[in-house]
Structures are given as C-alpha cells and as structure tokens.
Design a protein around this ligand. Structure first.
Ligand code: FAD
Length: 473
C-alpha cells in the first residue's frame, strides 16, 4: 500500500502513511479498496449515475467488528466518511468525495426466526434479499417496490410499499437495531433500550450511528397475492384518474393502487402499436385473500377501455420485481417529490398535461397510495413525520446522455413548482435529490425536528455523521 491524502472531516486533507493504512487493512475481515485497485470503479458505482464521487478509501466491511474499526479509524484520523448500504440513495450520500466510505454492501444475511415471528437483517441486504428469505414462507417485512433497493437506507428514512396500508411503514415493523455510535459504542436501540435513539433511527436517516443489524416483526403475506397492472390510454386520462381517486378513497387496507404516467414499455400483454405511446398504468396489490381481492377490484377492472391488463394470483416475490426493468442502476436520474393529502381536480389536470411532455422516454410520474395503517400511527411515534401523506408523488426523470442533464432537470423542477400548491409541504427524506431540498426536510419535520436535534446532540454531538440529509446537533 502507498501513502494517501484523504479528505478530512474538518476540511482540508489528512496524510496517511503506508503503515497506517496497512495496519487498518490488516485488521479488517473484509477488504480496503483504494483508487488504484481493480475493483474500485465497481465499488464506487451508485444506482444514480448522475452522482460521481471518488472516495480515497472504501472499507468493505464483513461484519459489525469491521464497521466499528472503520468508524474508529475515521475518527482517530479525523477523516470525512460516508456510510453505504446498497447505494440506491438518489442524492448519492453513500459516497463522499476523497474520504472514506464505510461500505456495508457485502453484509447481506437475512435470518428468519419463524418461532419468534421475526427476522434479523444485515444492513447491506437488498429488498430482494429480504423478500427471498421471507416471502416463500408466507411472511413479509413491508418494504419498497424495487428489489435492488437497500433495506438500510429505506428503513432509516421510513420505508413504504405495497404492504404499508395494511401493516404500516417499514419502521412500524422494526423491533430493534444494533448500532455503532459516534463514540464507538455498540448499542441496541428498541422501545425499551435507548428508546430515544430508536425513535431517531425511524426516519432520521443515517444521522445517529451505523446500524449493523435490524430486527423486524414478520407480517403475514402470500406467498401468492392478487397483483397486477391495468394499462389505459392517456386519452382517457382524466376519467381514469378520477375513477382511480374514487376507488382508492373507498379501498380497504388490503388494497393498494398506485398510478404511473409514462410512455408504455414493451409489455408482452400490450399490443405492439401501444408500445411507446402515452399511458396511465394502475398497479395494484391486494394483501389479503385473493378471492376478496377479486371482488374488491371488480369496479376498477371493469372501468373504461384499457389497452390491456396483467392480473393474477402470483408469487408476491415476483411482483416485487415487476418494476425492476424500468429502474435499473446506471442511468442518469433526477427526482422531485411531493406529498399530497388528496388528489384535486387541478392536480389531475397538471399530471396529465405534464405526462404529455415528459422529457425522455424513460421518465415517469409515480403517485403512490399510502394511508391506511401507515396513517393511523401517530406522527410523533417516530422521527418520520408524514403520516398525513395519503399519496406520495415522485417524478422519476431518467435519461442516458449527460448532454440532456439541463433540459431534464429543468423539466422536473418546473413540474414540481407547478404542483406545489396541491402538496402538504412535506417531503420523504428518501426521495430528496439534492441539497436545495434539505430545507424542505427540516421545515417539514416540524416538532419532530426539534427532537431529532436533541437525539443528535446526545448521540453525535460532534456531527461526525454528516454526509447525509444532516440534522444539526
Ligand atoms: C429505484 C428505486 C426505488 C425506490 N423505491 C422505494 C420505495 O418503494 N419505497 C421507499 O420507501 N423508498 C424507495 N426508494 C428510496 C430508497 O428508500 C432510498 O434510496 C434509500 O436510501 C435506499 O437505501 P440504500 O441502503 O440502498 O441507500 P444508500 O445509498 O446505500 O444509503 C443511503 C444513506 O443511508 C444511510 N445509511 C445506509 N446504511 C446505513 C446504516 N447501516 N447505518 C446508518 N446509516 C446508513 C447513509 O446516510 C447513506 O448515505 C427507492 C429508490 C430507488 C433508487
């Protein structure tokens, strides 16, 4: 190993000599990757190709002991560091420029305890890893909708998906977390142990420590559920979205229907001439008995003249990967997100108008239905404050060529501004693309933000966990 200049937490650089680096590397069960190593480019790749950062060091941890020694090393030497789960965060907070990335992506074990009805999940696990271990058993942790997303970042932000209306957010199934805190202590946080830390972890992002293990309550789901897609022409958009709004207002907690406005992907159940045309996709999961789901779905299924549908009782694990082909890693992405308490007529007009001029064929406007159990849990029960978000809209602006950056980003911002008047003002921390949105997070956290600051002051007074949407102590 050679001597390296590494970004310092306090600004400037820290010079680390070869023996210091060698002794750090030798103490790791995992590996230490530098910019000269052949695996470096792969190790620093993120889901969002818009974010290019080059850490000087990547510590690929094999377990909690590696996490602790990496954090100790960073602190002892005053290094800027970041924490990486599966690297999906849209803002690219998993990496830090020139510093040390504490990389948990190899820690992917999921242990299910059927007797206790719980699962222990390591922080590098993807949602696909979690689903593979739980769903075939008819059990689930309520997570998000794309299987390559990381459990760690998702949980620490709140976490919602197809099962949230029935079981609440991902954090509402979190029983405990093992955490390495800023001072190097290894603590367990739960309702009964370090309860303030536990509260902060549930929505406060990576501000308080590095989670080395999550313990979740398992929920009943499947293994087979009634799921599917109904694809309507955008020409009937106003009627479809109005019918969707009525349907979801009356839906049971088992039923969740999201709407996606985009150009039709080449789905096999759609006629070829529809591919690439503007459509409205109603995507749904019924989390209960499929026969009840068939009955509840009837009116939505019979509505209008869809181009086609793909509806059936299928392994939920399979449907959990239905959107993966549209959300592959390595493209350029820019997101803007609003929470809505309801869907106004004016908002429907804006959605349709904007869907008619999406800046690229891969872009889409996603409106997720949340509510149900997720909304019944009190907003001060966890750091996550947006229990009033009946709908979460995320504009997935997505393209390949860097030459299109300005145009695509401008489009997303314009659409975001136009729809702001209909929004609650809150924003999901995991959908925040850039620094300009940090103020929205602070403002939207309201009373919870003061408590977040208190927890931060207690567990990380020196703000060493700062390469995130930062809570200032
Ligand atoms: C394609 C796609 C689909 C998505 N779908 C959904 C969805 O359906 N529902 C939903 O709720 N969200 C969804 N998200 C958002 C997702 O929750 C965030 O991107 C989340 O940050 C991903 O977690 P990660 O571990 O992969 O992130 P990373 O980029 O690895 O980490 C993000 C940040 O989390 C913190 N962090 C990560 N691991 C730890 C740890 N062990 N201890 C302490 N801090 C840590 C760090 O600050 C880190 O910078 C989606 C994202 C993408 C890209």
């Amino acid at each position: 190993m050679v001597a390296l200049s590494v970004a310092a937490m306090a600004g400037g650089q820290v010079e680390l000599d070869a023996p210091t680096l060698e002794s750090f590397a030798a103490g790791l069960e995992g590996s230490l990757i530098t910019q000269d190593d052949p695996g470096y480019e792969e190790a620093r790749a993120l889901w969002n190709a818009m974010v290019v950062k080059r850490p000087a060091l990547i510590a690929r941890c094999a377990g909690a002991a590696d996490v602790k020694s990496s954090l100790d090393f960073a602190r002892r030497n005053g290094l800027l560091f970041s924490v990486r789960g599966a690297g999906h965060n849209i803002a690219g907070s998993a990496l830090c420029e020139g510093g040390l990335t504490i990389d948990l992506s190899q820690m992917r074990t999921v242990d299910v305890d059927m007797d206790a009805g719980t699962a222990r999940v390591q922080p590098g696990a993807t949602l696909g890893d979690v689903d593979a271990a739980t769903l075939p058993l008819g059990k689930a942790i309520p997570v998000g909708i794309n299987s390559t997303t990381g459990i760690a970042g998702l949980t620490l932000g709140g976490g919602f998906g197809w099962l949230s209306r029935k079981y609440g957010l991902t954090i509402d199934s979190l029983l405990s977390a093992d955490v390495v805190t800023a001072d190097g202590r290894q603590l367990t946080a739960s309702e009964t142990e370090n309860a303030d830390l536990f509260w902060g972890l549930k929505g406060g992002g990576g501000n308080f420590g590095i989670v080395t293990s999550f313990e979740f309550q398992l929920r009943d789901a499947g293994p087979d559920l009634l799921c599917g897609l109904i694809v309507h022409p955008a020409s009937d958009g106003r009627n479809v979205l109005t019918a969707w709004r009525k349907f979801v207002a009356e839906a049971s907690d088992d039923m969740t229907v999201w709407t996606v406005l985009r150009d039709a992907p080449p789905l096999p159940f759609l006629p070829e001439e529809v591919h690439g045309t503007q459509v409205i996709v109603l995507a749904f999961v019924y989390a209960g008995d499929p026969a009840d789901g068939e009955r509840e779905l009837e009116s939505l299924r019979a509505y209008g003249n869809p181009h086609g549908n793909h509806i059936g009782v299928m392994p939920f694990a399979e449907f959990q990967q239905a959107f993966d082909p549209l959300l592959t890693p390595g493209s350029r992405n820019y997101w803007k997100s609003h929470n809505f308490a309801g869907i106004d007529d004016g908002l429907i007009d804006l959605l349709l108008e904007s869907a008619g001029n999406l800046p690229s064929a891969q872009s889409e406007i996603f409106v997720a239905q949340v509510g149900g159990e997720a909304a019944r849990i009190s907003a001060d029960s966890a750091a996550y404050p947006h229990r009033d978000a009946a709908f979460v809209m995320n504009v997935h602006t997505r393209w390949e060529d860097a030459g299109d950056d300005e145009r695509c980003v401008a489009w997303a911002r314009e659409f975001f501004d136009a729809t702001a008047g209909y929004a609650t003002g809150g924003v999901y921390v995991n959908f925040v693309s850039e620094a300009e949105d940090a103020a929205r997070v602070t403002a939207a956290n309201g009373a919870n933000y003061e408590k977040l600051q208190q927890v931060k002051a207690k567990y990380d007074p020196g703000n060493v966990f700062r390469t995130n949407l930062n809570v200032r102590p």
